[in-house]
Design a protein around this ligand. Sequence first.
Ligand SMILES: Cc1cc2nc3c(=O)[nH]c(=O)nc-3n(C[C@H](O)[C@H](O)[C@H](O)COP(=O)(O)OP(=O)(O)OC[C@H]3O[C@@H](n4cnc5c(N)ncnc54)[C@H](O)[C@@H]3O)c2cc1C
Length: 457
Amino acid sequence: MSASGLAGFGAAASAATAGSSVIIIEKMAQYGGNSAINLGDYASWDDSQHRRAALRLGDDSAEQHAADALAAGQHYSNPELVATMAREAPTALDWMITEGGLRLHAALHRQGGGGFRMHFADSGRNFVEALRTIALRHGATLRTGAKLECIWRGGAGGPVVGIAIATPDGPRNLAARKAVVLATGGFGADIAMRRAFRPILTAAYNTTNHPGATGEAIRLAQSIGADALHLAFIEVHPFAHPETGALDAAARYALRLRRHGGIIVSRAGDRFVNEMAPHDAISRAAVATGERPAYVIFNEAMLNAAREDRTDAEIAAALAQGLVVRAATLVELGAALGIPGTAIAATAQRFARFLAEGQDQDFGRPLTSALLPLDAGLYYGIPRWPAVHFTAGGLRIDNRARVIDINGAPIPRLYAAGEVTGGIHGMGRTGGNSTTAPVVYGRIAGSEAAALEPWEE
Ligand SMILES: Cc1cc2nc3c(=O)[nH]c(=O)nc-3n(C[C@H](O)[C@H](O)[C@H](O)COP(=O)(O)OP(=O)(O)OC[C@H]3O[C@@H](n4cnc5c(N)ncnc54)[C@H](O)[C@@H]3O)c2cc1C
């Protein structure tokens, strides 16, 4: 039994392929969870076609992949879990390609904090569909609208024997003949739970997550003795859509145009933060302005300098959708955004002076010759607001995906994979690894569960 994201379908696919009878329980009406809205990046140091080598993108290895992940996580991660993720990443990727019909783009891009190991599809949904295809082909069944409400354990120290679910037809108990795999994702949409670990993450923060990203399954596992770790390690994205929290196309420009001199202003038209500060610091400063949203401001020269990062068609689409606003002068831009343009112009002038003098007297932003002044049109503005993006903490597992209890022993017949677990990403995730980890660990959980003898009382 599992749920319906990358980890859940991954577990179901491997257990069903090994001949086990599998039921996938999904509380939402739609399957896919965060995995289906994922941007489609999967980190792997190699693949069976050795694309990185063929494209001459430099050396890489499982050891380097793991080392980059550990460094990005500030060495809070469990090295054994990370090593397994890196080692198994190519095999799990090839499995989705050969068995699930996954199609990837031919190119690779660079992983933040690592080499060219990002294999990418149009979206995470492509990976979900590949795993779902394998699972259903081997007889797994998917039940949507069914919510896990209790995990039954046969006494303290005993095995997990089943679960209770809520369905539109009322509550039901399901016996697990072999095992239960928890693959219920993170808790980015669970305001009470995220506040329990980071009180600052109130409803003032949106979330990029799907609405079902709530943490009850972590609590259910804890109630039968499971250990959890790193629950306060919650990643916030400062540049999401201000109303929906979505990481839309404009989020990329907001991120990248800063590197060329873009500034961030409040509704009053003032800078309020070092634009290159860590995501968390920018987010906190935005919320502290007391007025939603904030605006990333840049100009045509910066856009041209960032040309490698965008296409004209993408900018045209973002303008047409109203995600990005453009004007000939900063005063007109302010009018179009509904904030005082004269204040933006004064802010831009002041920052241009700091650039010329080589020192940001207001927020200590490091100033380099790569930064351009905001002194000529066309001008662009993007309304943005922080959103909780990823919860790195969760249930403690070992590298066989067994859930570990508070005394350090595996809970018999209980496995977990994906964002519901903690210990892989530490304090800073590198992009792509949170697509890889649920697939690798889901696959391990499924095959470990399938290898068990059916439970008998
Ligand atoms: C917008 C966005 C973009 C992202 N892009 C990337 C990217 O490009 N690369 C990357 O590495 N990472 C990315 N991530 C992170 C990554 O997508 C997730 O960490 C990963 O998909 C989690 O997979 P999962 O299977 O653990 O959980 P999910 O895919 O969230 O699946 C969990 C499922 O469990 C269900 N569930 C929860 N509780 C219960 C319950 N009580 N009973 C029954 N069902 C339940 C949920 O409804 C959900 O369908 C992104 C995340 C978001 C939100």
